[in-house]
Design a protein around this ligand. Structure first.
Ligand SMILES: [Ca+2]
Length: 332
């Protein structure tokens, strides 16, 4: 390679490097300058938010606030798609963070601090129609090659419960045997934490003679037995064969490590989840099915009877025929 070609090549590499460098600088400059945003459900019902320069390393000393304002009855749900922040991964000390603020008693109050390089946070559901999150990228992504975050947000009315028929935008859901014989139910925002001050009803309506069976495969509701009192010291799940309280059935709370089943006595069943104004859990997930009575099933069984006295021995075979609740017999 002669000197002239070498010179041209070097100049070209310098230009390419300069363009790349200024591109990265440009990203940092633009994003940092303009990273506070307000999302209003009147303008958009959902969207995606990323940290500055995502998926490249975010710049250091970056603070972005995102505020969400929904209509009455709307809540904001966040689902993280990617989460990778520089810092200590326990307790969030010396870490870059995302902090969640809920609108409580007319002001934003911090409720949750997220950090870490590998752990994807669960979904987050606001307590009402307002929420704010704050990204603090103080150390910057370059230290640990952290990408920042990417999340989906949506203004919703279904509380993260996507089965059943919702009643009047309330946290009330109806499960009709005429529409579906089996399905799943879950607490609000499952598998993320449920919000405070919730009451959700799950009403099951079977056809005549049907009952409903509910199998809980996951249960983690904050509280201690008896789970319900006048001071509402616990969150709870109530079961009832009636619209009113069913004193035969206890309230459930705490963490249950094994699956368990509840069965209704008749075609109607109600499950009510309640959370109080402090602490939370991840709630529950269950599957349900409506069960029809056993039809006139037929089965048979042979029995043998030996009768013996001093004069003779008698061996009798009898065929029993079971049809539904009736039994017939026949000597053989
Ligand atoms: Ca609680």
């Amino acid at each position: 390679m002669n000197k002239k070609v070498q010179l041209i090549l070097n100049s070209l590499l310098t230009v390419i490097a300069a363009v790349g460098f200024s591109g990265a600088q440009e990203c940092e400059k633009n994003n940092v300058k303009d990273c506070n945003k307000v999302y209003n459900s009147i303008d958009q019902s959902d969207g995606i938010i990323t940290s500055p320069c995502y998926p490249s390393n975010y710049p250091n000393i970056t603070v972005c606030k995102y505020e969400f304002i929904g209509r009455t009855n709307e809540r904001i749900q966040l689902n993280f798609i990617d989460f990778s922040l520089t810092g200590n991964h326990t307790e969030c000390y010396y870490s870059d963070t995302v902090e969640i603020f809920m609108f409580i008693k007319d002001k934003y109050q911090p409720v949750q601090l997220l950090c870490g390089l590998h752990q994807l946070p669960g979904p987050i559901l606001s307590y009402n129609n307002k929420m704010q999150i704050e990204f603090r990228g103080i150390y910057g992504g370059k230290l640990e090659n952290a990408r920042g975050f990417k999340l989906e947000f949506a203004f919703i009315r279904h509380y993260g419960i996507k089965s059943g028929k919702q009643v009047d935008n309330k946290c009330d859901f109806i499960y009709n045997s005429n529409e579906t014989k089996a399905g799943v139910i879950n607490s609000p925002n499952f598998p993320g934490s449920y919000p405070i001050n919730m009451e959700c009803n799950y009403y099951f309506h079977g056809n005549d003679n049907e009952t409903v069976e509910i199998l809980f495969s996951y249960f983690d509701v904050e509280g201690v037995f008896p789970c319900y009192g006048d001071d509402v010291s616990s969150d709870s799940v109530e079961f009832s064969n009636y619209p009113s309280r069913d004193r035969k059935l206890k309230f459930y709370c705490g963490k249950v490590d094994h699956a368990f089943t509840l069965k209704s006595e008749n075609k109607y069943f109600r499950v009510t989840f309640r959370s109080n104004d402090r602490l939370d859990g991840t709630g529950f997930r269950a599957s349900y099915k409506f069960i029809s009575p056993i039809k006139n099933e037929t089965r048979t069984q042979y029995i043998e009877i030996n009768i013996e006295n001093s004069s003779r021995k008698l061996n009798i075979s009898i065929l029993l025929i079971f049809i539904g609740n009736f039994v017939f017999f026949k000597f053989c």
